[in-house]
Design a protein around this ligand. Structure first.
Ligand SMILES: [Zn+2]
Length: 239
């Protein structure tokens, strides 16, 4: 894969970022992001040097290595850890399911600091999920935003089968039901149809709700796309 160039944030640029982030996210959000070690704005130069298509090629090449068991396991050295302590420059934002079988770094043969992972059951766009996506797309300037669904997703299955579930679990089912209803009359496997429809719908939801993402997409600064992970083969297919 193409290795992002390390870019070290200066103290001044960090201060500039903090002012901008404070303005954009509010002081509470800023404290949260600093506490979690999210990167300063100054890191953007490294990622913006890669085009969306170059990043997408890297992701798909990594998945090909994963599928064929030729992984390189990049970016997990102590040197990499030390580099990342100064800031992060992920090349893609990936909204995927919390399912334990769908860890993006492994599927795409990437390492530390490569992917900004946003994970939630059913890869749905809630307000907090959208905030995380906007952080990565707007402030870290990741050139790719992928919504990654997967085969036999339990969340989608629960929605398709209208399962009775305890506690708060029904919350994500409610978010998936519109996609289920869109494809309920289509031929084929209803769960897999719903997985694909849910990916498409979540992209539409986030583009509708996020001026930031939509503007960057219009300007060609981010490629927004959907994909499906095949549990049997390990392959990611773009939708
Ligand atoms: Zn799932």
């Amino acid at each position: 894969m193409t290795k992002p160039t390390q870019h070290i944030a200066t103290e001044n640029s960090c201060r500039a970022l903090n002012r901008r982030t404070l303005f954009k996210l509010g002081s509470g959000a800023l404290l949260a992001t600093v506490g979690q070690g999210l990167a300063p704005k100054a890191a953007k130069a490294a990622t913006s040097s890669l085009s969306p298509d170059q990043v997408l090629d890297s992701l798909m090449a990594g998945n090909q290595r994963f599928v064929t068991h030729h992984e390189q396991h990049p970016h997990i050295s102590m040197e990499r850890i030390s580099e990342l302590a100064k800031g992060q420059h992920p090349i893609a934002t990936i909204l995927s399911c919390a399912d334990s079988r769908v860890p993006a770094e492994l599927l795409f043969d990437m390492g530390l600091g490569d992917l900004f992972n946003v994970r939630v059951a059913g890869n749905i766009v809630t307000p907090e999920i959208l905030a995380s996506i906007e952080y990565a797309v707007e402030l870290l300037e990741t050139p790719v935003l992928m919504v990654l669904g997967h085969e036999r997703c339990g969340a989608v299955t629960a929605a398709v089968q209208q399962q009775k579930v305890p506690g708060h679990i029904s919350d994500f089912i409610d978010e998936i039901l519109p996609a289920v209803n869109q494809v309920k009359d289509q031929p084929g496997d209803p769960i897999d149809n719903a997985v694909r429809a849910n990916v498409d719908r979540q992209i539409q939801v986030l583009l509708k709700q996020s001026d930031l993402v939509r503007n960057r997409q219009t300007n060609g600064q981010v490629k927004v796309l959907g994909a499906r992970y095949d549990l049997d083969a390990g392959a990611v297919t773009l939708l």
